[in-house]
Design a protein around this ligand. Structure first.
Ligand SMILES: Nc1ncnc2c1ncn2[C@@H]1O[C@H](COP(=O)(O)OP(=O)(O)OP(=O)(O)O)[C@@H](O)[C@H]1O
Ligand SMILES: C[C@@](O)(CCOP(=O)(O)O)CC(=O)O
Length: 186
């Protein structure tokens, strides 16, 4: 059982992977990074013969398959909203800090609350559209107007909000703010 679970959310190209990768490099063997999208991408790679490493990276490759993966994964969530959270956590190693890098839906937060109760901390990463566009974001119907990107727009119970866009904090300040949330553990 982890002592703290950091749930990171944010729209695409806000910098979820960027920040959680940096955090992992700081915490090293004290943390485990969990990606809810990993079981989705693994399934997709297997059935479509795609490159899993590319799907998991921050490059353009995964964007060609995002719409299809969203639609398939929504059908699965309709039957069992926790299926991917459960699957992603199943093989997670016993470390004091778990970093979940891609929370997208209220039901993701609900699942972690139901299963890990008060050890969770909710972190929202924001970035303005211009910055996101410079990082490769382009509005796409069926992707940017659906739950995958929008379900947490009206969620307000954040332990920390990080501006990773224009006029945002430096990386050091961002990481330091995150570390204050877990100072009782590390
Ligand atoms: N603060 C930053 N400074 C410089 N580059 C950044 C910063 N934040 C993110 N990036 C870069 O922007 C790109 C998109 O970031 P990242 O992949 O972390 O976003 P994401 O929120 O995980 O997006 P997605 O939901 O598409 O996976 C990456 O190439 C990343 O290195
Ligand atoms: C299909 C999906 O998991 C892709 C997520 O990819 P990424 O976290 O942006 O690398 C998005 C979703 O689950 O809605």
């Amino acid at each position: 059982m982890p002592q703290v679970i950091l749930l990171f959310s944010g729209k695409r190209k806000s910098g979820k992977d960027f920040l959680t990768d940096h955090l992992q490099k700081m915490l090293l063997d004290k943390c485990e990074v969990i990606k809810i999208s990993k079981p989705i991408k693994s399934h997709w790679a297997k059935v479509k013969g795609l490159n899993l490493d590319e799907l998991l990276s921050d490059g353009k490759y995964k964007e060609q398959y995002r719409l299809d993966m969203i639609q398939w994964s929504e059908e699965m969530r309709f039957k069992d909203y926790g299926c991917f959270c459960r699957s992603a956590c199943q093989n997670a190693v016993d470390k004091p800090v778990w970093i979940v890098s891609d929370i997208r839906r209220k039901t993701d937060i609900q699942w972690f609350k139901e299963n890990y109760s008060d050890v969770i901390r909710n972190i929202r990463i924001t970035a303005d559209d211009d910055t996101r566009k410079a990082r490769g974001y382009n509005f796409q119907l069926g992707v940017d107007d659906v739950a995958s990107e929008c379900d947490l727009d009206d969620y307000n119970d954040w332990d920390l909000i990080i501006n990773n866009g224009k006029n945002g904090q430096s990386l050091e300040e961002q990481i330091s703010a995150i570390l204050t949330l877990i100072q009782h553990v590390v």
